[in-house]
Design a protein around this ligand. Sequence first.
Ligand code: SF4
Length: 702
Amino acid sequence: LSAPAPVKAPAATHCPYCALQCGMNVAAGAPEEGADRTVTITPREDVPANAGGLCQKGWTAGELLTGGRRLTTPLLHGEPASWDEALDFVAARIRALQAEHGPDGVAVFGGGGLTNEKAYLLGKFARMVLRTSQIDYNGRFCMSSAAAASNRAFGMDRGLPFPITDLAAADAVLLAGGNMAETMPPFVRHLAAMRQNGGSLIVTDPRLTATARQADLHLQPTPGTDLALALGLLHLAIAEGHADEAYVAERTNGFDAVRTSVAAWWPERVERITGVPVSQMRRAVAILGNARRAVILTGRGVEQHAKGTDTVTAFINLALALGLPGRPGSGYGCVTGQGNGQGGREHGQKADQLPGYRKIDDPAAREHVARVWGIDPDDLPGPGRSAYELLDALGTAGGPRGLLLFGSNPVISAPRAGHVAERLRSLDLLVVSDLVLSETAALADVVLPSAQWAEEEGTMTNLEGRVLLRRRALPPPAGVRTDLEILQALAVRLGGPVPGGPDMARAFSTEPREVFDELRRASAGGVADYAGITYERIAAETGVFWPCPDTGHPGTPRPFLDRFATPDGRARFVPVDHRPPGEDVDEEYPLYLTTGRVLAHYQSGAQTRRIDALNAVVDETFVELHPDLAERLEAAPGQTLRVISRRGETEGVVRVNPAIRADTVFMPFHWAGANLLTNPELDPVSRMPEFKVCAVRLERVG
Ligand code: SF4
């Protein structure tokens, strides 16, 4: 899109999509009489994550700021309504439902794309105004397993605990289950720089993805066996003398138990389970073990499993044995996916958390946050249901009867999505705040049209833990309100917990800076401490790394250099064991289904499927399969196949690809379909569903 004459200086801001949060300049042209406004996007050079690069999603993001794709009027039972009508209706229904079913009769569901300010205020609204324990968010479906594993190993979860630019100086990177060449292409520049400097890239993935094609070594395990592979790599690393005994003694606890537990994972056994040849495992271990600086990264491919936390733990155990975390230029990191996936899990929209990444059942945390909010700690509810458990309970006896949903589209993105849609339909009240009429919004009793990224100010925390400033480039269209305005309007209508208690108009500011200043106080002293971060500092320093406890503190790009965030400062080895996927293949369902992304689309596609330039690249779902399997089924490219699991069925156009395993099919999850099939079995620690592997069969259509 190009604007002939932008009327004001471009705003230096960040992309609306993924966790790389590429820097971009957004210039808005004045709409002429009867014409649409115009938007020009150019990449910023000063943001290290992208340093002048953008992917096609970023280049075309302005399209959603123009044109008629946006919601601009509240909808009440599908009909246009005024804001007062819609908000009065919502408040009255919430009051009635909570009078009948108690505070937990109404639930809140947030999103990993919301700014820090929105995520914070949404958690405060749920707990202070609604007093419901029933709040969680779609980040639970994204990197919760890596977060849980990092917390138990390091006492802290910060996606990459080092600047992304450190990667270029590594001698080796092992990327387990990530495909950044499609999900966040500018990330690949850092890996390419590493390789140009003589380093080696190892990728584990059941598919020969665009990223795996760039690797020096590609390990292609059977879906659902990444944990066994990690155990085998650690077994070999120890057996071949690569364990860093001095580091282990000085900086960790628990290695002996892990050393004993991996003794049984000899390479031939691992090869039988994973299909990865012993020779490839030996080569991977030699590359990592001989590197002076090495990094192990995990992505959704190994995390979105019912054993995702243990799988990430196994990769962290490997990193600890090699002496990587907390060393300059080395380490373990999770490649966070959603735009504010990191900040979204720090400020209190998770079922078990309060702001500052505090635990909701910690009395000191409750005391601190209640003081900031001006309420009694006893009025704070306790932990609630995790995302899928919450969706599954909607409309059931004892479950919430009403749901307020911000920035999420679970009809497409949740596992067993057909069932989730049924649960949403069974509600007495569904309210959705969104910028477009998503598939979930289409089911809502009330839809509230909200502003989006370049139309409002706010902060995001990228995959490095760097807090960034999104600046406003243009006003929202007439008729649209910000989420902060919506929360304030509802808080004022609902009044709050105590007659004569806090003034809700003040307690729920609509000014992002005021909300951020309160967030700083609420986070002070917590793990994710933002107390010293200000809008001015972010602007002047192009982002500030948390923890940053005071305004004189420089921020913390590498938090583990001296000590880990555990009580004794030492990292924890945790023994884990392999187990098969929740659902394995059998005669009836003989193939593995794995899901993922394509370059042109983002998450549930609610935004990107409305962008013409991206639909021109790919505009429908597909089923990718190996030529041998295609031949067996007599399925040719372009034909339609039905894909059936125990939870549902869908159709997709055939794509034949020799780079996928012959026992596995792949579907992207940006369209309705793939998640009708996926397995909602949950990880016992993170409550992550098993998105990445389930059993299916294929049938030809017609
Ligand atoms: Fe960058 Fe991600 Fe946006 Fe692409 S989608 S431009 S990689 S932030």
